[in-house]
Design a protein around this ligand. Structure first.
Ligand code: ZN
Length: 701
């Protein structure tokens, strides 16, 4: 690893005074910013500045308030005063393939379980992401510029909401003109009149004439229409249809934003990469499509006898009887009477119901093949797995049933049983996205997307801010699932150490930073890839099975609730019975690494002194693997050592040895006079290190 002190005075010691002075002057000229003056160098060269090891978890004002209010506490479990809003949706929506438009009516019951009177309701209008002037995070590129979400009617408890410029202006105005018109409308509205604000943004709000009292409900009705974007786009959810024959509506209805004890109304815009943070509630969604088109979605189909053929219903009855993959609607069964029931109007309405979910997604195609199989959930029983794909893409679904079954069964055993009554994979352009009970995925990402049914679909973190709490945890569990599927043992060695290669890159934001603004270069790393590295190190300290046991307890504590990162840190500290403040601080709030090395080894009789140095700001336990010569004096026992075979010992000192601030620790090996052949620092490669080569010492032959 790079060292930051300048050892020029030591290197120039053998030169003449004159040349040494000239060289020193030149070097000092170059290095004044990073090295002390030459006169101070003899002392500085022997020792890096001491480091201050921070051991507390930084507490923000929002967390401080939550702790004071008792909504959260230092156990990491929901506090005695914890609350969360509930929103129940009834939606009628109709798809017109000739215009690719959805037209819908939503009736939303908002249960204000908070102790606060709500003077406004914040709305997430994600279809406005496709307006030409909507802000986007690179490299997400919408497939199509649309007119966004066009709201034609809105009421709150029966009172008409002044829409300002939410409705199309007629002259097609959007952007600044529309915003100005909306502002003018809001300014002119009477204080008692409900007014919609920022209607042309992904995050709008209704200023209410009279607040929603604590522990009361409000009913919101919204009629809207929007075009589903099609064409060439980049990034998940940016393309939601293939021409006029397949539609994958996601984040498609007006959603009430999250109101929580930490930030009040969620202020975040939908910028593309970061996904969602939603209230739990029930959904009754009635989807009106042309007869012959198959619809899948979140929830359970309520009217199969009205929309399916007798044959399809017969086949569905057999799905949960075996692991066989059954065809419900085949490639040669097309149109009304074959793919679906017939209809005198040329349309069919598919009715879905879901009890407690935090979103609703669906898909429909003129020609879906529908296959199904089952998963057997430990402690619960069988659930159906549905797969809907285009006939020409059957190869992408050949293993999808088997992969999803394994994922549902494996993660159920690992964390808690899969919570929903069915599971569906939907083919389409927006591949690689997850919703409750539904993934828009083929077999390629099936394991990962299925894993999202645990977070954020049940343990529902704020994904916009802290995507690592679902994407990162997901990446970690995928390592375990992959190994299980391959009938091997998961190997988390090396992951923690590898972070040393990234640490120090100025494009990396800390994980405790709003992922919406994590930056295009490292969004994927920070949100997805870094968490398994962090948990690899944690496993290197407490053991991987302890990490998973504690994480499982945390997951149980937060089912169908909304944990913050602080809840996770506090809970893990408690469950692992350790003060890991230093660990969470380093990994989540900084981009520092350990950068350990063996500096010097001095055998002296029965004792061998190993100087271990850490050049980074993150501390770690000291773990040495000591290999002895095959013969020689008997090995004496050391109380912090275990023998892993007859000539190999694993010796451990806790992280506390660094808390005094020293950058060097003398690890005394007291095994007696048997010669030591080699010593390896961090043999499981769990601690971030940019130059692992200096972690090893070998006796000179
Ligand atoms: Zn994911």
């Amino acid at each position: 690893m790079p060292r930051f002190q300048c050892s020029s005075s030591a290197r120039t010691g053998s030169r003449s005074v004159a040349s040494s002075r000239a060289l020193a002057t030149a070097i000092v000229g170059l290095l004044t910013v990073i090295a002390p003056p030459a006169s101070a160098q003899s002392a500085a060269a022997t020792r890096l500045p001491e480091r201050a090891v921070r051991r507390e978890i930084p507490i923000t004002n929002a967390i401080r308030r939550a702790l004071a209010a008792g909504t959260r506490d230092s156990t990491g479990r929901p506090g005695p005063q914890y609350w969360q809003l509930r929103t129940d949706y009834v939606i009628d929506v109709s798809l017109d393939p000739t215009t690719s438009r959805l037209t819908g009516k939503a009736r939303i019951t908002l249960h204000n379980t908070s102790p606060d009177a709500l003077a406004e309701i914040a709305l997430r209008l994600d279809p406005n992401h496709f307006l030409g002037n909507a802000p986007h995070a690179a490299p997400w590129t919408p497939a199509e510029v649309t007119e966004g979400m066009e709201i034609s009617r809105m009421t709150v408890d029966g009172r008409t909401v002044n829409l300002g410029a939410a409705a199309p202006l007629g002259d097609g105005s959007t952007g600044a003109r529309a915003a100005a018109a909306a502002a003018a409308a809001a300014a002119n509205a009477a204080a008692s009149e409900p007014v919609l604000r920022n209607a042309r943004s992904t995050r709008a709000s209704i200023r209410l004439g009279s607040p929603i009292a604590p522990r009361s409900t409000a009913v919101l009705e919204i009629d809207w229409s929007h075009k589903l974007p099609g064409g060439a786009g980049a990034g998940h959810r940016m393309v939601q249809r293939w021409a006029d024959t397949l539609y994958q509506p996601t984040q498609w209805f007006p959603r009430v934003a999250k109101y929580d004890d930490l930030r009040g109304w969620d202020p975040e815009l939908y910028l593309g990469p970061s996904e969602f943070y939603n209230n739990f509630g029930s959904f009754d969604v009635n989807i009106d499509v042309p007869a012959g088109w198959i619809v899948s979605g979140t929830g359970v189909l309520q009217n199969p006898e009205q929309v399916l053929t007798t044959t399809a219903r017969e086949r569905l009855r057999r799905v949960t009887a075996s692991d066989a993959i059954l065809t419900i609607v085949g490639a040669d069964e097309i149109g009304p009477g074959q793919a679906t029931a017939t209809s005198t109007t040329g349309r069919l309405v598919w009715r879905f119901h879901a009890d407690t979910v935090n979103d609703f997604a669906w898909a429909t195609a003129k020609k879906y093949v529908w296959q199904a199989t089952r998963a057997t959930i430990p402690g619960k029983g069988v659930v159906p797995i549905h797969m809907l794909f285009l006939p020409g893409r059957a190869n992408l679904y050949a293993r999808a049933g088997e992969i999803s079954r394994h994922a549902l069964e494996f993660y159920s055993a690992l964390w808690f049983p899969y919570q929903f009554p069915q599971f569906t994979l939907q083919d389409g352009p927006s591949a690689g996205m997850e919703y409750p009970m539904v993934i828009n995925s083929n077999q390629g990402a099936a394991d990962h997307e299925t894993a999202h049914q645990w977070w954020p679909m049940v343990v529902a973190n704020n994904e916009t801010w802290y995507g690592w709490m679902d994407e990162g945890f997901n990446q970690y569990m995928n390592v375990l699932s992959d190994a299980d599927a391959a009938k091997t043992r998961p190997d988390l060695n090396g992951l923690g150490q590898s972070y040393g290669r990234t640490s120090g890159d100025e494009s990396e934001a800390p994980m405790m930073w709003n992922a919406n603004y994590g930056g295009p270069q490292r969004y994927g790393f920070t949100t997805y890839q870094k968490t398994p590295l962090m948990l690899s190190m944690l496993g290197g300290i407490v053991g991987d099975s302890a990490v998973q046991r504690a994480h499982r307890e945390w997951a149980h504590a937060w089912m169908f609730k909304h944990p913050s990162p602080w809840d996770y840190m506090f809970f893990m500290n408690k469950a692992l019975n350790r003060d890991l403040g230093w660990f969470w601080y380093s990994w989540l709030f900084t981009t520092e690494s350990v950068d350990g090395r063996i500096e010097k080894v001095t055998p002296a009789g029965i004792r061998t002194a190993v100087v271990v140095a850490q050049d980074g700001m993150m501390p770690s336990p000291v773990v040495l693997e000591v290999k002895f010569a095959a013969t020689g004096p008997a090995l004496r026992p050391m109380k912090n050592a275990v023998m892993t075979d007859s000539v190999t010992a694993r010796v451990t000192w806790p992280v506390d040895v660094w808390f005094s601030g020293d950058r060097r620790f003398i690890a005394n090996l007291m095994f007696g006079a048997r010669p030591i052949d080699s010593i390896t620092l961090d043999p499981d490669r769990r601690f971030p290190d940019r130059k692992p080569a200096d972690n090893r010492w070998q006796r000179a032959k």
